[in-house]
Design a protein around this ligand. Structure first.
Ligand code: ATP
Ligand code: MG
Length: 253
């Protein structure tokens, strides 16, 4: 079966000032799959992820060239509506970052920004988003509680619910479990597995076991270059490049 390509980097280069961070990236990200980005600290994983929803635009010293296609359109064209793009490509960060407001209001935030007025519709979407993030049962009786009262793992699932509420096609996650214990991590992994039926997911992880457990494809980045990109089982069972082999083995050892 031919996989559908959701995002494609085409000879993409990226710099901070004169320092080149991403070098000639060619990478296809497939719809309804989980793609893991792995590689040593500083290799450019977060930078690559932030190119996809143009978060790097916020850094004035940054520069990009080449193409980055989303649904076959180059998102770095001048007429791209970046606000619209970020609605379609949501992001979840390493450290849970709930807003200083109630659980309900956190999830409703994006809807209200979009000027949705229908209270019942907002309630409905908040409930569905919390259900998709596997948090509903734990919070349904205390939706007015401050989000800060939740545990770290719950806060991270809340952030996932918040990003899902505006119905993104793609969810980018930058080490979403690195501040969480194994049980909280397992919950996030299981919800990501369910989510990929309707979304495209890209996750940066330092944890090889995690990449192996949840991703369909894995990309190994080193010094801003794609060293190897393949199906996850293939990459871990039979890495083609010695550099990949060394990294995987080092991390397991
Ligand atoms: N805002 C910035 N200004 C200048 N340089 C930056 C900025 N952000 C990141 N860098 C540099 O870009 C390079 C890639 O950083 P990036 O955060 O993408 O790496 P990473 O692979 O995500 O690392 P880690 O695993 O530690 O999160 C590093 O050399 C980093 O110092
Ligand atoms: Mg990073």
């Amino acid at each position: 079966m031919q996989e559908e390509i959701k995002i494609e980097f085409k000879d993409t280069n990226f710099w901070y000032n004169s320092k080149q961070i991403l070098v000639g990236i060619n990478l296809k990200i497939y719809s309804n799959k989980i793609t893991a980005l792995i590689g040593p600290s500083g290799c450019g994983k977060s930078t690559l992820l932030r190119c996809i929803n143009r978060m790097n635009d916020l850094i004035p010293i940054s520069k990009i060239d080449g193409k980055l296609l989303y649904n076959n359109e180059n998102i770095y064209e001048k007429d791209t509506d970046v606000i619209e793009l970020r609605k379609e490509i949501g992001m979840v960060f390493q450290k849970p970052n709930p807003f200083p407001m109630s659980i309900f209001d956190n999830v409703a935030y994006g809807l209200r920004i979009q000027n949705m007025k229908d209270k019942n519709k907002i309630k409905q979407i908040v409930k569905e988003s919390l259900e998709k993030a596997d948090l509903w049962d734990e919070v349904k009786d205390r939706l007015n509680l401050s989000a800060f009262r939740l545990s770290g793992g719950q806060q991270q699932r809340l952030c996932i619910a918040r990003s899902l509420a505006i119905n993104p096609e793609v969810v980018l996650l930058d080490e979403p479990c690195s501040a969480l214990d194994p049980l909280a991590t397992a919950k996030i992994e299981s919800l990501l597995r369910k989510l990929k039926n309707e979304r495209t997911i890209i996750i940066v992880t330092h944890n090889m076991h995690q990449a192996k457990r949840i991703s369909d494809y894995t990309c190994y980045l080193l010094n801003g270059k794609v060293i190897e990109y393949s199906g996850t089982a293939e990459m871990f069972d039979n890495p083609k490049n010695k550099l990949t082999k060394d990294y995987i083995n080092g991390e397991f050892g």
